[in-house]
Design a protein around this ligand. Structure first.
Ligand SMILES: N[C@@H](CCC(=O)N[C@@H](CS)C(=O)NCC(=O)O)C(=O)O
Length: 291
């Protein structure tokens, strides 16, 4: 065990504005809007406000999969919510997600515009709306929902726990890194054993459960998330790696990963998505070349 800086919790915790961690400047212990900012609105019924983080990618992959499967009603406009600049605390965004986290969706095709927040709820909402990527058979559906909710319950250990202490904390601490590494490796093992039995997490069909888990545990095995593949010996989870590669080669997944992306290669960044042609015409490399 390394020597951690001595810390004795006070009787009542008080908010120190800066604690040095990544995102410290935007994190607050209270909810609600910090400033007035209306959300833009495009022409399609579905309006997505998001960013290409793992939680955001789940939803853009689902929308692109729905379109690829012929569900024309899944056409959508997607706008960037830059969480490093505090866009999630603008009044318009807080009105559609009081929890101030991306992704959030508004469906204008219903008599009243309907907001949906929480990525798992959005996946389920879209799956039910379009009757797709969610098995109808009750047993298969139960298995799919179990894995979908497994992801929603497990990912905070990966992101808020492991990722935070391994990649974002202002200094390295052995205790939390050990604790969350153990848990994340256990979760990878759960997934690896499941994917040894079945091609997809819910069984024989590709479902919303794969879409939820892939951007987290799949991408983790490549090192693109927290640069942690070597540390976690991710190549040992062979079934996860096989499943990551297969899903990652789907056209809809390749497209979905680009939507609302504001980092990485310019050709992979489609800041706003309004139309299928945007993938050809409006990625950042094209926009910047035209300037
Ligand atoms: N459980 C939520 C988590 C969403 C979430 O944590 N979003 C992050 C980006 S991946 C965010 O918006 N963070 C901004 C903040 O915490 O202020 C979901 O799955 O939608």
């Amino acid at each position: 065990m390394t020597d951690a800086p001595a810390y004795e919790p006070p009787r009542v915790w008080k908010w120190e504005r800066e604690n040095g961690g990544r995102f410290a400047s935007i994190n607050r212990p209270v909810s609600g809007a910090t400033h007035e900012k209306e959300l833009p609105r495009g022409e399609h019924p579905l309006q997505l406000y998001s960013l290409a983080t793992p939680n955001g990618v789940k939803v853009t992959v689902m929308l692109e999969e729905l379109l690829a499967a012929g569900h024309a009603g899944a056409e959508y406009d997607a706008y960037v919510v830059n969480i490093r600049e505090g866009d999630q605390f603008g009044s318009g965004f807080v009105a559609i997600n009081p929890n101030s986290k991306i992704p959030a969706l508004v469906d204008h095709s219903l008599p009243e515009p309907t907001r949906v927040f929480e990525s798992g709820a959005i996946l389920l909402y879209l799956a039910e709306k379009f009757g797709a990527f969610l098995p109808e058979d009750p047993s298969e559906r139960a298995e799919c929902l179990s894995w979908l909710f497994w992801q929603m319950g497990s990912a905070p250990y990966l992101g808020g726990g492991f990722g935070h202490f391994y990649a974002y904390a202002p200094y390295k601490m052995e205790y939390p890194i050990d604790r969350f590494t153990m848990e994340v490796k256990r979760q990878l093992d759960v997934l690896d054993k499941r994917l040894a039995e079945k091609p997809y997490v819910a069984g024989d069909a590709y479902t919303v459960a794969d879409m939820a888990i892939w951007p987290w545990y799949g991408v983790l095995t490549t090192g693109k998330l927290y640069d942690a593949a070597e540390f976690l010996a991710a190549e040992e989870y062979e079934n996860v790696v096989r499943w990551y590669r297969e899903i990652g080669s789907r056209d809809a997944v390749i497209r979905g990963r680009k939507v609302n992306r504001i980092n990485g290669p310019l050709e992979d960044q489609l800041h706003e998505r309004h139309d299928a042609t945007d993938f050809e015409l409006r990625t950042q490399d094209r926009l910047e070349a035209a300037e």
